[in-house]
Design a protein around this ligand. Structure first.
Ligand code: AP5
Ligand code: MG
Length: 219
């Protein structure tokens, strides 16, 4: 793996971006930048950014590009990103992709690969409605595929698990529509740039992981 490595995990809501990003972070010592997690931190601290973001997130709409780009650019400038970054949920629009390319180019850096995690819609919906998260450490579980050892308690810190507000069926439907309209066009953009690697996201978590790790090790 070349150093530093910048990897983008692209995929619909529920594809497993967060799950796989956490594994890549632990295995390769990369910083994990999830725009969704950054927004949720702001929501829980009730910052002005959090209040703004919540009004979009609750509807399953994208937060406007200017604030999203500014937030992620600030995060990239922190020292833990020097070894490389796994981006999860960013970029999500053409403007965000352009801003990321420009920011990396300024520092003579570039994206190593864009991993498209492919999962059919009906599987996405099933996964999202069965997802439970630890509000304290961010660990993600699934009632069907990866339940916690003790019902409704986080394996790592014992906190009560919660469901994300935007995992309600009607919001999930809109998040999927927004993904196909705004984010799916990035697939061709990165394919043309020669960076796209397609990953079968419907396999078990450790099989998806093996495919992703192999790809990252070849970079
Ligand atoms: P964000 O937090 O990014 O949500 P998302 O893209 O909708 O993706 P999810 O987190 O729902 O899914 P995931 O792919 O991470 O799947 P996970 O690993 O959890 O964004 C939320 C909102 O914030 C957006 O709607 C928007 O409003 C705003 N936002 C964020 N970024 C933005 C941006 N760049 N621009 C503008 N607005 C932005 O897995 C899902 C479930 O499946 C879990 O239960 C997991 O355990 C399970 N699972 C995972 N892998 C497998 C597997 N292989 N087999 C079986 N189960 C699996
Ligand atoms: Mg996620």
């Amino acid at each position: 793996m070349s150093n530093p490595t910048f990897i983008i995990l692209l995929g619909a809501p529920g594809a497993g971006k967060g799950t796989q990003a956490q594994i890549l972070k632990d295995k390769f010592g990369l910083a994990h930048i999830s725009s969704g997690d950054l927004f949720r931190e702001n929501v829980s601290k009730q910052t002005p950014l959090g209040k703004l973001a919540k009004s979009y997130m609750d509807k399953g709409e994208l937060v406007p590009d200017d604030v999203t780009i500014q937030m992620v650019m600030e995060r990239i400038s922190r020292p833990d990103c020097e070894k490389g970054v796994v981006f999860d949920g960013f970029p999500r629009t053409a403007a965000q992709a352009k801003a990321l390319d420009e920011a990396l180019a300024k520092e003579q850096k570039k994206i190593g690969a864009v991993l498209l995690v492919k999962v059919r819609d009906e599987v996405l919906v099933e996964r999202l409605t069965a997802r439970w998260t630890c509000p304290n450490c961010g660990s993600v579980y699934n009632r069907l595929s990866s339940p916690p050892k003790v019902d409704n308690k986080c394996d790592k810190d014992g906190n009560d698990l919660i469901q994300r507000d935007d995992d309600k069926p009607e919001t999930v439907k809109n998040r999927l529509n927004v993904y196909y309209k705004n984010t799916a066009p990035l697939i061709d953009f990165y394919r043309t740039a020669g960076l796209l690697v397609e990953i079968n996201g419907e396999l078990a978590i450790d099989q998806v992981q093996a495919e992703i790790v192999q790809t990252v090790e070849r970079l």
